[in-house]
Design a protein around this ligand. Sequence first.
Ligand code: BG6
Length: 459
Amino acid sequence: MDLRSDAVVLFGVTGDLVAKKLFPALYELTRRGRLDMPVIGVARSRWDHQQLITAARKSVLEANGRVDDEVFEALTRRLTMLSGDYADPATYRRLAEALSAAERPLFYLAIPPAVFTPVVDGLAAAGLAGRGRVVVEKPFGRDLASSYTLNEALRAAFAPERIFRIDHYLGKESVEGLRVFRFANRLFEPLWNAEHIANIQITLAEGFGTEGRAGFYDRMGATRDVLQNHMLQVVALLAMEPPAAAGDEAFRAEEVRVLRQVRPLSPETTVRGQYAGYRLEPGVAADSNTETFVATRLLVDSPRWAGMPFYLRTGKLMPGTATEVVVEFRAPERDLVAPAGGGERQPNLLRFRLGRNDGIALSLQTKEPGAEVASRTVELPIDFDAVLGHRREAYERLLDDALDGRHLRFAREEAIEQEWRIVEPILDLPEPVASYPRGSWGPAEAEALAGRWHAPTRR
Ligand code: BG6
């Protein structure tokens, strides 16, 4: 393994991502003795050291409900602040001075797309890129063409093995668990195809709105924000063929291969929605046509999946927060047992809960008690917290990996490009988005897209 980085530089330290995810991750790494290095926060806002510490404490408190003073003290001893303009070479000269003792700094770019290139160029001009690693957050561009441009800028400054592209879903234990579920169990693999599965649904629902980042969100929309990246990564894990060999390399290669087989999404089988009142939010254009909801049908052109639909939907201000995959199996070949009470026949469903309350549930038919032989649906639930205990958060795992130079859980450049190719036909559609009531499952048109959506069970 490569040598561990010996400093962390957080560009965009005053931003939303650092507050929500990165401070708590740094705190956990400190607790586990994995952060014995300086952490420099960089931002355009003029923050002093005390403001930085106050912000860090607030975010740890919000994430954990409590702060362990000893751990937090250890973290604050590492933290320093550097304010400066991203386009000003002096910012990078000061950074180079602050990093004079560091041989292998890790630069984490938690910054808006518009300042990506100036920061990368600034690091290169100051001679910092050559010895450092860089972590880039999404969005990786706005479309395929801009993702190429972004990659060129990155590769001009950093060697490919020093670039780490975050898709934090790849850092979730539950998402990584799909690989184990599929390839370490014999049980479902023979059924894992269009012959036995009717459809696969993926819902990434959020019970909240844009939460103070409406200005940013309005330039993104749901397709760019989560469908192009997180949801397509989940599709790849569900749809991929077994890798040619054990090990991470073969696994990643197979994941990219299946993405190449995904057909571009079609506007005809896509429904875009916007929650009522969105346009009144500060930072949102009064005539915004940005989707806060998108539902679509996806097809994979492989023998395994030929013609079988994957239905994807995601939205803000849905009836709850949950990320769930539902695999709907086909009905038994012959109709030999009727449902109790003359109800509708229920398919076997396999659910993967990938968000909070992660776990698996399998719905089966069992005999309804009584004189008649009729079926009733029961659930076999597995709650990962109960059976597996504590698991580390995605950002903590990813930061730890990047510090060690481990690539496994980072998105491959080609995967990201394939993801842009897949979503491109549904980006920036001119047709007006359909309005939907807050707290609903999106516009009525979306309901009709899948024959029947299975709502997440725990929200
Ligand atoms: C982020 C998006 O990448 O993923 C957010 O920018 C979204 O809008 C978040 O809320 C969802 O991640 P998680 O881990 O909470 O499901």
